[in-house]
Design a protein around this ligand. Structure first.
Ligand SMILES: Nc1ncnc2c1ncn2[C@@H]1O[C@H](COP(=O)(O)OP(=O)(O)OP(=O)(O)O)[C@@H](O)[C@H]1O
Ligand SMILES: [Mg+2]
Length: 310
């Protein structure tokens, strides 16, 4: 609430004037929108009659008369100061951590990759350097996930850059890279049909990579992971399958929410629970959908379904 308005307190003083000059334009526009018969909205630092500065989320709605013309305007004001302070703090913290970690980490990864390439495989250090590279890549992925998450929080979506792409090629590259990093596992790629379309190749690779990494982590060790990319008609699908214990039906509905993770990870690596959230954001940004089927004896299959053009 703006505070209790005593009779006469606002008399002769338009509501707009209570706002700082930086926001008067927006307030005037919200009022004009409502006078036009639509719902106006303004979010910003504004007045409270007792003087304390407050961050408001105000919705101005018209009350229409019998002929459908606005007769009065009603404003509902919500004090969002605390949410805003919290959101700003979160954004700053994640921004600083991610950006300031990213550069030194890239330098370390670059150096370690050079060393890995120049060391002979039977050098006693080869193993150590390999481990540095793998840990560095994991940390870099985590930072990327956190940055993507903050981006979705801040702007409501992940930006994509669609271009002509072959879905089979994207899947093949992801499978090759995963196979290289998991020499003890079998990862199969089965392309079918026409894979041409317009998508963001890096983002698609990120989504498929997240699903394959999950299939390797949560699927039964010793069983293969299968990636099928299927182009048919106006749509393509990517199916990532693993065997192993099914996902409990009660957790399926919350699986794609951020920071949701289950208990049954087999390799004891700590996870943060952003993988599937990001998969869904990427697929949504392309105008597609992602679903999961999981049952005892049948394993788990994630389906990505995409239109050929976003
Ligand atoms: N193929 C799968 N089989 C069984 N459970 C799965 C599978 N994929 C995901 N899950 C469950 O869903 C949870 C959420 O997955 P998600 O990828 O979002 O997060 P995460 O793997 O825990 O962490 P991150 O991907 O951020 O490292 C997992 O913790 C796991 O319990
Ligand atoms: Mg994951």
């Amino acid at each position: 609430m703006l505070g209790v308005v005593e009779p006469g307190q606002l008399r002769g003083r338009p509501w707009v004037e209570l706002w700082s000059s930086a926001h008067r334009q927006e307030v005037a526009e919200a009022l004009a929108t409502a006078r036009d018969g639509k719902v106006g909205r303004v979010v910003g630092p504004g007045p409270k009659l007792d003087g304390a500065p407050v961050w408001w989320d105000i919705i101005v709605s018209p009350v229409l008369d019998a002929s459908g013309k606005p007769e009065r305007l009603v404003a509902t004001a919500r004090d969002v100061t605390e949410q805003r302070r919290q959101a700003e703090f979160e954004q700053q913290l994640i921004g600083i951590v991610s950006h300031d970690l990213r550069n030194p980490l890239s330098a370390m990864l670059y150096g370690a990759t050079l060393m890995a390439e120049s060391l002979s495989p039977d050098s006693p250090l080869a193993d150590v350097v390999q481990r540095i590279v793998r840990s560095g890549e994991r940390a870099a992925r985590l930072i990327r996930d956190l940055l993507d998450f903050t981006q979705v929080r801040a702007s409501g979506r992940l930006p994509i850059d669609p271009q002509p792409v072959e879905i089979h090629e994207v899947c093949r590259q992801v499978v090759d890279e995963m196979a290289l990093n998991h020499p003890d596992r079998v990862i199969v790629h089965q392309p079918e049909g026409d894979g041409e379309g317009r998508w963001d190749p890096d983002r698609l690779a990120q989504a498929v990579g997240n699903l394959v990494r999950n299939a390797l982590s949560y699927g039964l060790a010793g069983t293969p992971v299968t990636v099928r990319s299927v182009g048919r008609g106006a749509r393509v699908r990517v199916l990532v399958h693993n065997d192993g214990p099914p996902i409990p039906p009660e957790s399926i509905s919350s699986l794609f929410q951020p920071f949701r993770r289950g208990e049954q990870r087999l390799d004891r690596e700590r996870s943060i629970g952003l993988g599937l959230f990001i998969v869904r954001e990427i697929v949504d940004a392309h105008g597609g959908g992602v679903t999961v089927q999981s049952a005892a004896g049948e394993g788990t299959t994630f389906h990505i379904d995409l239109p050929r053009r976003p």
